[in-house]
Design a protein around this ligand. Structure first.
Ligand SMILES: Nc1ncnc2c1ncn2[C@@H]1O[C@H](COP(=O)(O)OP(=O)(O)OP(=O)(O)O)[C@@H](O)[C@H]1O
Ligand SMILES: [Mg+2]
Length: 310
């Protein structure tokens, strides 16, 4: 269980994480989805005790991340963005070193079980320096799993892996996530969709959406969106359309190109068409737009203040 309450982080004057709150239950894989610089890693580093928060609080498996950081570390496995691996150590020796740091009893058994889990039992005596990026990522994952933590925090676990390894690692994470709490970050939408039970979309330190992949998708297609093309400048038409009852949002995309939105089942296309014609516009095209999850994501994480030219 992860419980985060109004957690914030300032770097100097820059607010990297802005009073975020969320929860992840046991048996749940929660996806942290957001563009570069959104605050994913910063949040994860706070949760794992590597970075002190500037405000707010959080508990992991019931322990407070600052006041009970030792208890937290016992219960959390962390795959950092860049895994600090020692290239001149064998995989086994590295994991033994990590196990000893954690004062793990029966270290050897734990190492072998974990290596088996990540499919690297036959590589135990190999040097880390000789491993491919994907294999190193697996060693990082093994290190995070060694002490069988209740909570796993994985920062971009599939980055740098080849497609076959990505499938393997995703499968592994889903397996692991059955009894544990997993928070994983990614900027790959389809990945979040495939692995996660729930997705938090984070942008500029704020949570901008929180839902199941299915609902996020439905939300994108929930409102009906239509593109309208007329000849000439259409700003005035846009403002008239926006006054029609039931229209939720009108945007001017470029000269003569508008988008509007209405609630599902309340098709306002005829009204809009009549309005355009009565305002003496040449109606060139009107067609529905289906947003993909990618577009929804872009929509949610768009700059709040687009350039004037837009
Ligand atoms: N140690 C630091 N000192 C100063 N600023 C930092 C530090 N770490 C992160 N930041 C800033 O905080 C913001 C959030 O960064 P963070 O690494 O958490 O983003 P992210 O969501 O993990 O992005 P990415 O997808 O690129 O990994 C960024 O603006 C970043 O420049
Ligand atoms: Mg990051």
């Amino acid at each position: 269980m992860i419980r985060v309450t109004e957690l914030s982080k300032y770097f100097g004057a820059r607010l990297a994480v802005d009073t975020i709150s969320f929860e992840a239950r046991q048996g749940e894989i929660l996806g942290f989805l957001g563009p570069n610089g959104a605050g994913k890693t910063t949040t994860m580093r706070m949760l794992t005790g590597y970075l002190p928060p500037s405000g707010g609080s959080a508990t992991i498996a019931g322990f407070e991340i600052v006041k009970e950081s030792l208890e937290v570390r016992k219960r959390v496995g962390y795959l950092p963005e860049t895994v600090p691996l020692y290239t001149d150590m064998t995989i086994f020796d590295y994991l033994k070193f990590m196990a000893d740091l954690r004062h793990l009893p029966n270290a050897e058994d734990a190492i072998l079980a974990t290596l088996e889990m990540v499919g690297m039992l036959d590589r135990a005596e190999g040097y880390i320096g000789n491993l491919s990026k994907g294999m190193r990522q697996r060693v990082g994952l093994a290190q995070a799993l060694l002490h069988q933590p209740e909570v796993l925090i994985l920062d971009e676990p599939t980055i740098g892996l080849d497609p076959a390894q990505i499938i393997e690692v995703r499968k592994l994470i889903r397996e692991i996530g059955k009894e544990r709490t997993v928070l994983l970050s990614t900027h790959i939408l389809s990945e979040a969709q495939q692995i996660c039970d729930r997705i938090l979309i984070i942008n500029k330190g704020k949570i901008v959406a929180e839902d199941t992949p299915e609902n996020l998708q439905a939300r994108l297609t929930g409102a009906e969106r239509v593109q309208l093309r007329v000849r000439g400048e259409a700003d005035e038409l846009a403002s008239k359309i926006s006054k029609l009852k039931g229209i939720q949002e009108v945007k001017t995309r470029s000269e003569g190109l508008l988008e509007f939105q209405f609630a599902p089942g309340k098709d306002l296309r005829p009204e809009v068409a009549r309005l355009a014609v009565s305002e003496k516009f040449d109606l060139l095209e009107m067609r529905p737009i289906n947003l993909s999850l990618e577009e929804i994501f872009l929509e949610l994480t768009r700059e709040e203040f687009p350039a004037e030219a837009e």
